[in-house]
Design a binder for this molecule. Structure first.
Ligand SMILES: *Cc1c(COP(=O)(O)O)cnc(C)c1O
Length: 432
């Protein structure tokens, strides 16, 4: 059994993704190569969207958090599926604009949007801006005023729930670069003062408590704190907050140890928790937003590499070098993220030796997978690193002036290039 349902094998015994033979993909498009299974992306988008339809009467919207993998084709797919798009920068917004994404379904985030970015967002007509502070709220208001517009905004708050992969704590976490604290009364004061701002429509709250979280409890806990706060704002300020964005962060299966729930179950539980809180605090059920990123694309993507040098240091370690590394996947060097890998031509073969898969960059930390059991590997083999669909291409760099890899989308076994491979000319394009 493979960790993602996108993967399989064909009659030649080769590894497939979305029904396409990975050895053929590598030969046709070169390596390193990001490959995505469109059917799984769509299935994931639908599980979120249909959950809101089924369990919340459709009173909400799913924003795909585009930072996980931002490109025009992802914006088009999200558009076709009726999702919104979550953007964090002028560049991500520009990507949405150039893909003709309906901007009223765009939600603009970020803890430090600059003047031009806010202007770009309001001018282009994004549906919502999530303000990070009271000061930014005023800036949004004044820019909206000069543009003669009224901008809908949410306020990002830190509800005091901090979630990690396998546990969560209610910290009253005040030490965060994101948002305004609930507990200290800071968020309350911001909302109080926002009443004077004439060019914003203050719709509600936003929170995002972490990433790669497997448990729905921290989300429910956060939702409850937010609904309680909405009740307080209603009672003491007479302000009705009617929108609630609970962020993204749901986990995916990177390795066999990870056991995410089906997204529908997670959404059903989350919505039930939200409704319970609304009943308890006698708050009208808000328009609901969620922003999954990783759980839409992460497991639907793999990266194909060609194996180069294999170096055995007897008694110490065996290094297997591939023709990419931290420039296309910086997640090990950033977080010691764990991955699984398979050989394209013998995906079912049992691992016989422990190796460390490393990249080609000038950093000892340029590791893709430390200590993984693999069958015999030699130069020229095609290696697939799994579940690399999120935060790989979007975090890629040109370190060592390595051109960024191409990305291919596979639909029902048929591949198409969605991002071209960079050339050396691209690398020097901006050099004077
Ligand atoms: C990163 C982020 C997301 C998406 O998180 P995932 O873990 O990829 O689901 C959603 N909302 C905000 C505000 C984020 O910063």
């Amino acid at each position: 059994m493979f960790i993602s349902k996108s993967l399989g094998t064909n009659k030649d015994g080769n590894l497939t993704i979305g029904g396409a033979d990975t050895t053929v993909l590598a030969k046709t498009f070169g390596t390193p190569l990001y490959v995505f299974d469109e059917n799984l992306i769509i299935e994931n988008m639908r599980s979120y969207k249909e959950s809101i339809d089924t369990y919340y009467d459709g009173r909400g919207i799913v924003f795909y958090a585009s930072k996980a993998f931002s490109c025009k084709e992802m914006a088009r797919i999200a558009n076709r599926e009726g999702l919104g798009l979550d953007v964090m920068s002028g560049g991500e917004l520009f990507t949405a604009q150039t893909a003709d994404f309906p901007l009223d379904r765009v939600c603009y985030h970020g803890n430090n949007k600059d003047f031009e970015e806010i202007q770009q967002a309001i001018e282009s007509g994004v549906g919502r801006i999530v303000a990070d502070s009271g000061e930014e709220l005023q800036l949004i208001d004044s820019i909206a005023k000069t543009l003669n517009k009224k901008q809908k905004v949410l306020l990002r708050v830190t509800p005091g729930v901090e979630a990690h992969t396998h546990e969560f704590i209610q910290t009253g976490q005040i030490d965060s670069k994101f948002g305004v604290t609930l507990e200290t009364g800071a968020a309350f004061d911001v909302i109080d003062k926002a009443r004077k701002l004439e060019n914003i429509e203050f719709a509600g709250l936003h929170s995002h408590i972490g990433s790669q979280i497997f448990d729905e409890e921290p989300f429910i806990c956060a939702a409850r704190l937010l609904v309680g706060f909405m009740a307080k704002v209603k009672k003491e300020l007479g302000i009705n907050l009617y929108e609630l964005n609970l962020g993204g962060g749901f986990g995916i299966k990177y390795t066999k140890e990870d056991k995410p729930k089906p997204y529908r179950t997670y959404m059903q539980d989350l919505i039930a928790g939200l409704c319970r809180a609304c009943d308890d605090f006698k708050v009208e059920k808000p328009f609901l937003m969620v922003e999954p990123g990783r759980s839409i694309v992460g497991a639907a993507g793999i990266t194909l590499y060609t194996v180069g040098g294999v170096k055995n240091i007897p008694g110490i370690r065996k290094y297997v070098s591939v023709n990419g590394g931290m420039s296309d996947n910086p997640r090990y060097i950033l977080y010691e993220a764990e991955y699984e890998a398979l050989l394209a031509e013998k995906p079912y073969e049992e691992g016989t030796e422990t190796v460390t898969i490393v990249g080609k960059h000038c950093e000892s930390g340029d590791v893709l997978i430390k200590d993984i059991k693999m069958p015999e590997i030699e130069r020229g083999d095609i290696l697939a690193v799994l579940a690399t669909g999120a935060y790989n291409y979007s975090m890629a760099s040109n370190y060592n002036r390595v051109p960024r890899a191409a990305a291919v989308m596979v639909r029902d076994g048929v591949p198409r290039v969605i991002i071209k491979r960079e050339s050396y000319e691209d690398i020097v394009r901006n050099d004077i």
